[in-house]
Design a protein around this ligand. Structure first.
Ligand SMILES: O=P(O)(O)OC[C@H]1O[C@H](O)[C@H](O)[C@@H](O)[C@@H]1O
Length: 314
């Protein structure tokens, strides 16, 4: 299929599957517990994909997966009931894709947090269906002239989202300019949990981390992590996989080319000051995978960085 499919389809019929282009507020309604904020504000276009393997919702703003539920299983991702679906506002939940930098820009702190791509529209330029009925959507983003005024590096971001019984994100970032390009990024996943205070996380024990609640000082993860207050930690050069252990299921987060692990939950005190989190802070844990801090890349002219993350539950 060819470029900008989203602009030309309301509905795409595939084998045992359908993809609908819909306004976010048609899907995340007050009846489903989403706040009235949605209907007051301008809306965002989302793709709802329903197949025999899963249901997923993807926002074209930010190429952000907002929901992913494998057939006969529970939803993996958390989307805040207080989310705003206003063009240009970050959506709280799902999997924001942070690039071409993660968090606060380390060279220029007044640049937008988490990069340029999460609050802008991406183009859907390909839809494929594999023989096993897994659906792949490819979305692309290139900085516009305003972006280039902030970050003067021409690049192309291509995100392939594979929707099967697992969710796989493959990100390819190409430096299309002539200069060495500083690059950090992350898949900033928000996982739906029964209660953050009962969650265990495997795969980071014994690791060194930077504590973002203590000026990025270095510590070693000696005990199990307990989510009983604000947690904001960066583990560099970890890679491999982590497992979120909830009372009734495990979520497996596997990644390649995304070696940094960031763990974040605001806790009650900070959440109370965040108008799109509030009392719901205990319903999610962020386990983010990317290349940031000590894993930041310097991409040569014409160079390419690739990262894959696969999420599954059992
Ligand atoms: O509020 P946001 O810009 O979406 O950022 C949400 C969070 O993202 C990451 O996890 C950072 O480590 C946190 O410091 C930050 O608070």
């Amino acid at each position: 299929m060819t470029a900008d499919i989203a602009a030309s389809i309301d509905m795409l019929e595939l084998r045992n599957a359908q993809i609908h282009l819909r306004p976010a507020s048609d899907i995340f309604t007050e009846a489903d517990g989403f706040s009235a904020l949605n209907s007051e504000s301008a809306d965002l276009p989302v793709l709802e994909c329903i197949s025999a393997k899963c249901r997923a919702v993807i926002s074209l703003q930010g190429a952000q997966v907002l929901a992913f539920c494998p057939a006969a299983k529970q939803e993996l991702l958390w989307l805040s009931p207080l989310s705003r679906f206003r063009p240009g506002d970050a959506i709280r939940g799902g999997i924001p894709v942070c690039l071409p930098w993660f968090g606060v820009n380390r060279r220029q702190a007044d640049l937008p947090k988490h990069g340029l791509a999460r609050t802008q529209l991406w183009s859907l330029d390909d839809v494929q269906q594999a023989p096993d009925d897994t659906i792949s959507l490819r979305l692309v983003f290139r900085p516009n002239s305003e972006d280039l005024a902030l970050f003067p590096y021409a690049f192309l971001a291509e995100l392939t989202i594979e929707l099967g019984t697992e969710l796989r994100l493959s990100l390819r970032l190409s430096n299309e300019g002539q200069e060495l390009m500083p690059l950090s990024f992350a898949f900033h996943s928000y996982f739906s949990v029964s209660d953050s205070s009962v969650i265990k996380l495997e795969g980071i024990d014994g690791r060194e981390y930077l504590d973002n609640c203590q000026g990025l000082s270095r510590f070693v993860q000696s005990d199990s992590l307990v989510f009983d207050r604000e947690i904001d930690r960066v583990y560099e050069a970890v890679g491999a996989s982590q497992t979120l252990i909830d009372s009734n299921r495990n979520i497996e987060i596997d990644g390649r080319g995304c070696d940094t692990v960031v763990i974040w939950n605001p806790g009650a005190v900070l959440a109370a000051k965040m108008d799109d989190v509030g009392q719901y802070y205990c319903r999610y844990i962020c386990v983010e995978r990317g290349m940031a801090f000590g894993d930041e890349l310097q991409l040569a002219a014409g160079g390419v960085a690739e990262a894959k993350m696969t999420l599954s539950s059992s």
